[in-house]
Write a protein that binds this ligand. Structure first.
Ligand code: SAM
Length: 219
């Protein structure tokens, strides 16, 4: 079924579904488990893809509202939800207009998704709306490289072939800066390279968690 929240990218979706199996085998699975391991209560996962995080939610999570605009990935996520250890509901939608009421959830998950969004700041503003005060945002995102050479490679990749090959992905973004600018307190983060070898423009990542401050900035 096609809905207003749809963003079909059928070729990328099939490619990504295959690629995630490989990526998970080569280290991403552990990072996914770490990302969601401390969550509790009701959770929203933005751009859940084919649902590779679902298997890792701990039993302290009571419900996951998973939002995915790409129809093929959403169908695969719906299959993954059926065997998830916690209740997961997969729905169409975009981060820029999250289909949930204000202060609906205790936690939010962003996993390799801000890079693919036309308007990541709008999504972060939406998250301040749907999170309860004190709610937690966990993230694993591509980030700007520290070294000049790799940073230049990221800018060149983003301006040329990378977004076309990888479903709109941009590697040279600053998710931590955007998360702070949206009014979150970043409580913990670390930088990592995945994949470590070979190093590619998408290797630099940041993983961490932030807390929704009681009064987010005016928007
Ligand atoms: C690289 S994939 C990551 C998928 C999944 N989060 C994971 O960890 O494997 C990027 C995902 O973001 C989704 N996406 C793209 N634009 C989006 C938007 N505006 N709102 C929500 N999700 C979006 C894509 O459809 C895709 O599923």
């Amino acid at each position: 079924m096609r809905t207003g929240g749809d963003r079909p990218r059928p070729r990328f979706a099939r490619f990504y579904a295959r690629m995630t199996e490989e990526m998970d085998r080569h280290g991403l699975r552990g990072l996914r488990a770490e990302l969601v391991s401390d969550l509790r209560g009701e959770v929203v996962e933005i751009g859940c893809g084919n649902g590779r995080n679902f298997a890792h939610y701990p039993d302290t999570v009571t419900a996951v509202h998973a939002i995915e605009p790409e129809p093929h990935l959403r169908a695969l996520a719906t299959q993954a939800a059926a065997t998830a250890p916690v209740p997961v509901e997969v729905t169409p939608g975009r981060g820029e207009a999250i289909p949930l009421p204000d202060q609906a959830v205790d936690a939010a998950v962003l996993c390799l998704v801000l890079c693919a969004m036309p308007d990541p700041d709008r999504t972060l503003a939406e998250l301040t709306r749907v999170l309860r005060p004190g709610g937690r945002l966990v993230f694993l995102e591509h980030t700007l490289a520290e070294g000049r050479l790799l940073r230049t490679a990221q800018h060149v990749a983003d301006a040329t072939i990378w977004p076309r090959l990888y479903g709109g992905c941009h590697t040279a973004r600053d998710p931590l800066g955007s998360i702070r600018a949206a009014g979150f307190d970043v409580a913990r983060h670390r930088y990592l390279h995945y994949p470590q070898r070979p190093t590619v423009p998408a290797s630099p990542h940041v993983l961490g968690h932030a807390v929704r401050t009681p009064t987010p900035p005016e928007r």
